[in-house]
Design a protein around this ligand. Structure first.
Ligand code: FMN
Length: 381
């Protein structure tokens, strides 16, 4: 096997090992994918200042995100059906995150349930909530996350209705895959994945099946989820959820300074500048382009994080330089998971950590806390 030195190496290996419908599900954006591409491309346009003859010994990447100690300011983003990239995917990713000293976020739409992840890991994780029409179900989800010891609730605001990804429609995406001829042929080419799946019972939406009324099998589940995302979601709901949860609250999916202002007024602890990895509003600006304006608007009042397009430690450093207290990574860890399970997620985090460390040093900084706009070439930010 070729040496795995970059996130791109992990992507290529994941592409070989993961069934096509799930690989495509990860590596795609809405409609023309212009925002998906811009998330990555806009990082490339930001240039770092190379500094020399400054002491680069004893470097430190440790930081905090909403008061929690992190070994570097990078968290794993919530990912729906991560357990379809690799058997038991959410549990494996949570374990790798704990080993690396960074937070893991479990999606509402995960394969492994909240209780299952809590029962198989020993570090508290964050729980991501989608607002569903069935408010009793939301109440139960919040209570379940509390009972499982989740240390923060991440409320996703940018998916009131579903963006469209053409590949998912063409591939007939479903979890587990339907036994069509095309799927069976593709699965036959992915023996490692199939063996993993045969060895686990975790193959559908663990937080939903058996927990939402009337959802018992796959067809009732698809019908339920398709109509459950709530188009009426409002700031009053955010307040209701904040009160019901009563702990640390992170708002995910803010891309506009006006919305950021409302997020700050809501009393949440952090917001994430995000366009859902380019999977919702195609044509929206990249997250990194939106970050500075949002930091300027609310940076003094709440933590501002970002996600979207981070593929290297250099990208993390650029985001921190532009005012992000922390970042989330989605696809980078997902590719690691698809490529090599827990070890792949660990490797993805190691790659990013090493790149961050060396880049920070070559910019003349020894502590991530001292990284600011000064490490960037002016006029490119
Ligand atoms: C396959 C996939 C599934 C996702 N599922 C969710 C989800 O269930 N909940 C959520 O809030 N965001 C979800 N996201 C968005 C991520 O949390 C994150 O915002 C995005 O992946 C960041 O961009 P990046 O992949 O370029 O790092 C998903 C993203 C991907 C790629």
């Amino acid at each position: 096997m070729a040496q795995l030195l970059t996130i791109e190496d992990l992507r290529l290996l994941a592409k070989r090992r993961v069934p096509r419908m799930f690989y495509d599900y990860a590596d795609s954006g809405a409609w023309t994918e212009s925002t998906y591409r811009a998330n990555e491309a806009d990082f490339a346009g930001i240039k770092l200042r190379q500094r020399v003859a400054v002491d680069m010994t004893n470097r430190a990447l440790a930081s905090t995100m909403i008061g929690e100690q992190v070994s570097m300011p990078v968290a794993l983003a919530p990912i729906g059906i991560a357990g379809m990239q690799h058997a038991d995917g959410e549990i494996l990713a949570a374990k790798a995150a704990a080993r690396a000293g960074v937070p893991f976020t479990l999606s509402t739409m995960s394969v492994c349930s909240i209780e299952d992840v809590a029962g198989n890991t020993d570090k508290p994780f964050w729980f991501q909530l989608y607002v569903m029409r069935d408010r009793a179900f939301i109440e139960r989800l919040i209570d379940r996350a509390k009972a499982a010891g989740c240390s923060a609730l991440m409320l996703t605001l940018d998916l009131q209705i579903l963006g469209q990804r053409h590949k998912d429609i063409r591939n007939g995406l479903s979890a587990p895959p339907k036994p069509t001829l095309a799927n069976l042929i593709n699965l036959a080419l992915k023996p490692r994945w199939c063996l993993g799946m045969l060895g686990t019972k975790r193959r559908s939406f663990g937080n939903i099946v058996g927990h939402a009324s009337g959802v018992g099998d796959m067809s009732s589940l698809s019908a339920w989820t398709a109509e459950q995302f709530d188009p009426t979601l409002s700031w009053d709901d955010v307040k209701w959820i904040k009160d019901r949860w009563g702990g640390k609250l992170i708002l995910k999916g803010i891309l506009d300074a006006e919305d950021a202002e409302l997020a700050a007024q809501s009393g949440a602890d952090a917001l994430i500048v995000s366009n859902h990895g380019g999977r919702q509003l195609d044509g929206a600006v990249s997250s990194i382009a939106a970050l500075p304006g949002i930091v300027e608007q609310v940076g003094g009042r709440m933590e501002v994080w970002m996600d979207g397009g981070i593929r290297s430690g250099q990208d993390v450093l650029k985001a921190v330089a532009l005012g992000a207290r922390g970042v989330l990574i989605g696809r980078p860890f997902l590719y690691g998971l698809g490529a090599m399970g827990e070890e792949g997620v660990k490797l993805a985090l190691e790659i990013i950590r090493k790149e961050m460390d060396i880049t920070m040093a070559l910019c003349g900084k020894r502590d991530i806390q001292d990284v600011d706009g000064n490490i960037l070439v002016k006029g490119k930010a």
